[in-house]
Ligand binder design. Structure first.
Ligand SMILES: CC/C=C\C/C=C\CCC/C=C/CC(=O)SCCNC(=O)CCNC(=O)[C@H](O)C(C)(C)COP(=O)(O)OP(=O)(O)OC[C@H]1O[C@@H](n2cnc3c(N)ncnc32)[C@H](O)[C@@H]1OP(=O)(O)O
Length: 291
């Protein structure tokens, strides 16, 4: 503030009609609003945090949102939060998955930061000792499904929304750690069928194969079910819970710890291929035209 004030005073002296008054400073700071937050966090009286993805229109996962989500999880861990409910501010989309604009005609440095941030945030969510629930209040394709799968419990608003890892439909292969998450939830056989077809499941279909745990009819019910799931852990000794979660999720955790660099390289090499770039461009065009 002191530097801003000094600069303004110098500017005011030059123009002589301006003074570095509180009113002038308020007008100056109002003209430069802070960028909107992409993730909001509300902690209730019971110590349960609702973490809301808030990047309209579709919560596509760009570097900024992923970074904020990662920081939010770390902060909640430091504050010994009792549970995390991950949801969306949209009425129809939980998350549209990775932001395709981060991958289309990218600068190398930005692309690398994007993927590394995704890896780190995913690992933070997947392995956090805090109980996690996805309250899926809209469509959750690809990376949106990955976020939900990384939580311990999934409650989804139905029946009209869809969820799944649809990568093969886009002509791409979901990274191994996406596949591990799907296997964690539905088992190897169902995961193979879902992933090879790139199937998007209706809420009822997702419930039938265990991709979600509960179907509800609105967001309020989803949050209430999520709170119920988290409340059961009040009676479980936290260390035993934490060690059990870490142990049962060992395959995914170990995979990322050992393969992050190779995974980044594979992604970077693939995305810049001319045929992939062409495909991404066409996909973006098709989404615009379908409006
Ligand atoms: C693709 C990767 C390529 C190479 C890398 C190779 C391998 C590595 C593995 C990479 C793994 C990727 C996993 C992913 O997550 S990829 C993203 C997959 N996501 C999708 O396919 C979802 C696409 N979106 C939708 O289906 C619909 O938008 C949705 C059902 C979510 C919502 O529909 P609705 O009708 O409500 O909104 P739209 O009108 O469609 O969209 C509104 C605007 O938002 C833009 N949009 C939508 N999704 C994305 C996105 N994922 N990224 C960027 N932008 C997106 C859409 O274009 C509209 O924009 P405007 O026209 O308003 O400008």
């Amino acid at each position: 503030m002191a530097v801003v004030c000094r600069n303004l005073r110098a500017f005011a002296q030059k123009t002589s009609s301006l003074r570095c008054t509180p009113n002038f400073l308020r007008l100056y700071s109002q003209s430069k609003p802070a960028p909107p937050k992409l993730v909001t966090v509300d902690v209730d009286k019971a110590g349960v945090a609702t973490v809301t993805l808030d990047r309209p229109p579709v919560n596509s996962l760009n570097t900024g949102l992923l970074e904020e989500l990662g920081v939010a999880i770390k902060d909640l861990e430091a504050n010994k939060t009792r549970g995390i409910i991950l949801t969306s501010s949209s009425n129809s989309v939980f998350s549209a998955g990775l932001d395709i604009l981060e991958m289309y005609e990218p600068k190398k440095q930005n692309l690398s930061l994007f993927w590394t941030t995704l890896q780190n945030t995913w690992l933070s969510l997947y392995r956090t000792s805090i109980p996690t629930v996805a309250a899926i209040n809209g469509h959750a394709p690809a990376g949106g499904c990955l976020l939900a799968l990384s939580c311990e419990y999934r409650v989804m608003v139905g029946p009209k929304f869809t969820i799944g890892l649809n990568e093969t439909q886009l002509g791409i292969v979901a990274p191994q750690w996406f596949m591990i998450c799907m296997k964690d939830a539905v088992g190897r056989r169902q995961a193979e069928m879902a992933l090879t077809a790139g199937k998007m499941f209706s809420t009822q279909e997702a419930l039938n194969i265990g991709l979600i745990d509960k179907m509800v009819s609105n967001k309020e019910e989803a949050i209430a079910e999520a709170q119920k799931f988290i409340a059961q852990f009040a009676k479980i000794p936290p260390l035993a819970r934490r060690m059990t979660k870490e142990s049962i999720r060992q395959e995914g955790i170990k995979y990322m710890e050992e393969n992050a660099i190779d995974d980044l390289k594979a992604f970077m090499d693939l995305v810049v291929q001319p045929n992939i770039q062409k495909g991404l461009g066409m996909y973006l065009e098709a989404m615009k035209k379908s409006k």
